[in-house]
Design a protein around this ligand. Structure first.
Ligand SMILES: NC(=O)c1ccc[n+]([C@@H]2O[C@H](COP(=O)([O-])OP(=O)(O)OC[C@H]3O[C@@H](n4cnc5c(N)ncnc54)[C@H](O)[C@@H]3O)[C@@H](O)[C@H]2O)c1
Length: 365
């Protein structure tokens, strides 16, 4: 019998990648997405183009335009489907946006996650439940790690962190942003359903998850947005840290591959730091240089001498635990490949868009 997978946020970057990946693995895919990204970010965040792509590319894909905050609808849907796997990616994903919409942020990230967990416990407690968490659950604690300033980036100057940030870093007593706090609630609840009820759950604390299917906007999806700015020769705004702030970037396909590995051999109440690691890390200045080499265009930018509240100065994930638990998994897309794929995708989308069909970006980027 065909196995089924329920993906929330199926039209988002990760949800759409995982949907395609699990379909290729032989799953019947059910997606939940109400295009809330367009509500959070305006027309630039619209993901209806992805829904069309999913319908075209995944045989038998079934879509549900349901809000994960709608408890009754979620309980009923999960009871009807009884999926063999649940991948929960629907979220308000922006650190900066959360302060303006605290109720929507918390109700989606914390309440929506609880709805999904409880629905799973009632209908299919044996099914692996994978939740997309974030490295923002560590708040600004990573900024307390001793750093050294290099020519184009900050880097860790403490031997305990040369491999990156491990899952053992505290998530307590630091500044998270409201987004980080709502994601902590979901992350801990996912762990609790694993530890208290014995369900096969895990929280993946993402670094910068990216890829050609991202609808990057200024407030979320830094690499996708930066590359779009380069192609359109728009100004990118750097917020503080001299542009040397470091992020680790992982292709959404590598995220989907890890999720598949977890489904094959699930564990209870686990957490993993999921990013590109040191090998796929870059600072903003380094990202300008890489994309400039690929497109031949220099980056236009302005510098604002004030960092985003609680923003990490340097963050890359220590992938040791993931690789130890799932030795078959590794990063398959290098930074350069990721840049190339995103640039190619934007070029295609921008060329296909008419002046009126393409949402305008703010003048600052
Ligand atoms: N992209 C990153 O760099 C990154 C980094 C760390 C963690 N994460 C986490 O990974 C997950 C997926 O991120 P993404 O980049 O794919 O985000 P995304 O915004 O591209 O996708 C999320 C999808 O969920 C949908 N959605 C939002 N609220 C909803 C609701 N109430 N009901 C139904 N659908 C809803 C949106 O319309 C969107 O299509 C999120 O939990 C995010 O916090 C992402």
């Amino acid at each position: 019998m065909t196995k089924s997978a329920l993906i929330t946020g199926s039209c988002g970057l990760i949800g759409s990648e995982v949907s395609g990946h699990l379909a290729r693995e032989g799953f019947q895919v059910f997606g939940i997405d109400n295009n809330e990204r367009a509500v959070f970010f305006g027309p630039e965040g619209d993901t209806s183009w992805t829904l069309q792509r999913l319908r075209r590319s995944i045989p038998g894909y079934r879509h549900f335009n349901i809000d994960v905050r709608d408890r009754n609808a979620i309980l009923q849907l999960v009871a009807n489907i009884k999926p063999d796997v649940i991948v929960h990616t629907a979220a308000q994903p922006s650190h900066d946006r959360a302060a303006a919409i605290p109720f929507e942020d918390f109700d989606t990230n914390a309440g929506g996650t609880l709805n999904m967990l409880e629905a799973a416990r009632r209908a299919c407690p044996e099914s692996p439940f994978i939740h997309m968490s974030t490295n923002k659950v560590y708040g600004d604690l990573p900024n307390g790690i001793r750093l050294r300033e290099c020519g184009t980036r900050w880097d860790y100057d403490d031997p305990a962190y040369v491999g990156g940030v491990p899952e053992t870093l505290s998530i307590d007593q630091s500044k998270h942003s409201l987004f980080g706090a709502s994601k902590v609630s979901g992350d801990v609840m996912v762990q609790e359903y694993g530890r208290y009820f014995g369900m096969p759950t895990c929280s993946l604390r993402g670094g910068c998850l990216t890829g050609p299917n991202h609808a990057g906007v200024e407030l979320h999806g830094f690499l996708s947005y930066l590359i779009r700015c380069n192609l359109e020769q728009r100004e990118y705004k750097i917020f503080g840290y001299k542009g040397k702030q470091v992020r680790d970037n992982i292709h959404s396909e590598d995220v989907a591959r890890f999720i598949t590995e977890f489904c094959r051999a699930p564990r209870c109440g686990e957490v993993y730091n999921l990013g590109g690691g040191r090998g796929n890390s870059c600072s903003i200045l380094e990202a300008f240089a890489i994309i400039g080499t690929l497109t031949g265009k220099s980056q236009k930018y302005t510098y604002v001498d004030e960092n985003r509240i609680g923003d990490h100065i340097c963050y890359y994930s220590d992938l040791t635990k993931m690789k130890m638990h799932y030795p078959a998994w590794e990063i398959t897309r290098s930074l350069k490949v990721i840049f190339g794929e995103i640039a190619e995708s934007w070029e295609r989308r921008l060329a296909a868009a008419t002046p009126t069909s393409l949402p305008q970006m703010a003048a600052t980027g």
